[in-house]
Design a protein around this ligand. Structure first.
Ligand SMILES: [Ca+2]
Ligand SMILES: [Ca+2]
Length: 349
């Protein structure tokens, strides 16, 4: 199988495992429907297929045969059961589900992993397959190892731009080498996505792996200012997470990875913004050097202080710098601010 793991960035993010919720945050969370888990037994608590002793429809393939044992065992992150994969070989795949890919949606696979032994790795993967089920390529991020012995969440969003048209997605737990690992609370869900989003849906803040930061290009603040970012799961505009920025600065920014800029096109950035303190906005930044460190100009729209999600839109039509070759989608806070961002989408026409 030709596998092309995509190292999207160093996806370090804060993993909040604290179940503490105030009454207020529960009310706020209830405003947003939870994502619908398309896996029927991702927590391993329900009845198993009597033939395989695994959730119905799950399939195990391995090289060489009989190198690994895949079983439901007592224990787990939540409930009373979880999946254990143990053994030593080239690799084992546990296929959880197959889903057709559609241009207006992106699928996400998410799960909790606790690696208790071995020198191998475990990761979650989208395996893209053609109409006949033949593998095309795949996307994974990172891998959990025994060096990280606590329950760790990992999540990956589908990337159809890395495969040929006509692909469908298989959702897979993939282990390599010698491993003893527990897996629990697996979820597969879909998000409505804008086709041809140039940020590769980084602005949905759903892909992450065992990390202190969401996958962004850079975080900055005006001289003497402070800024902290994290992923927040209390009231995202979509999916499971949004970006949380806490700043005390004249300005503070979180910038997604640059995309190539064609001056013959108009680029539009839209984003959802809500603010619990101070003011926040979105903007497009222009760059022209390969190292992408020299900011040429920015186009910002008026900041909001709305406590509800606001949709903001900014485009490149007004006096872009003539030497710009790249642009970024950027979230901005002003002053002593506490703000949330989600669904940043950059498109061109
Ligand atoms: Ca469980
Ligand atoms: Ca989101």
């Amino acid at each position: 199988m030709k596998s092309r793991p995509v190292s999207l960035v160093a996806l370090w993010l804060l993993l909040s495992t604290s179940p503490v919720e105030t009454f207020v945050s529960q009310c706020l969370a209830a405003e947003q429907p939870a994502v619908k888990n398309l896996l029927t037994n991702g927590g391993l608590e329900e009845e198993l297929d009597p033939t395989t002793s695994l959730p119905a429809g799950w399939e195990v393939t391995q090289k060489p045969e009989n190198s690994y044992k895949v079983e439901v065992v007592d224990g787990g992150r939540t409930g009373k059961k979880c999946l254990r994969i143990s053994g030593a070989g080239d690799r084992v795949h546990v296929k959880l589900k197959h889903l057709p890919m559609r241009p207006e949606q992106r699928s996400v696979i998410s799960g909790w992993i606790k690696c208790t032994g071995g020198t191998g790795t475990v990761s979650l993967m989208h395996l893209y397959v053609d109409a006949n089920g033949n593998p095309m390529n795949s996307t994974t991020i990172g891998a959990v190892t025994a060096a990280k012995p606590d329950w760790t969440q990992t999540a990956m969003i589908e990337h159809p731009e890395f495969t040929r048209p006509g692909a469908n997605a298989d959702f897979i737990i993939r282990c390599h080498g010698k491993i003893d690992v527990l897996v629990d609370d697996l979820e597969v869900f879909t998000l409505t996505a804008t086709p041809n989003d140039l940020t590769h849906v980084a602005g949905d803040f759903e892909s992450h792996y065992n990390s202190a930061l969401p996958p962004v290009y850079k975080v900055a603040a005006s001289p003497g200012g402070t800024v902290e970012i994290s992923l927040n799961d209390q009231r995202p505009a979509n999916g499971q997470y949004c970006l949380h920025m806490k700043a005390d600065a004249e300005w503070a920014t979180t910038t997604l990875y640059p995309v190539d800029y064609d001056p013959g096109k108009v680029y539009t950035l839209t984003g959802k913004v809500r603010v619990t303190k101070g003011r926040a906005s979105i903007r497009i930044d222009y760059y022209n050097d390969k190292s992408r460190t020299k900011l040429l100009a920015s186009r910002t729209i008026d900041a909001t202080n709305s406590k509800d999600w606001q949709t903001m839109t900014v485009d490149t039509h007004e006096n872009p710098p003539g030497d710009a070759t790249q642009i970024t989608a950027t979230a901005v806070c002003f002053g002593d601010a506490d703000a949330f961002f989600d669904q940043l989408v950059l498109t061109a026409k």
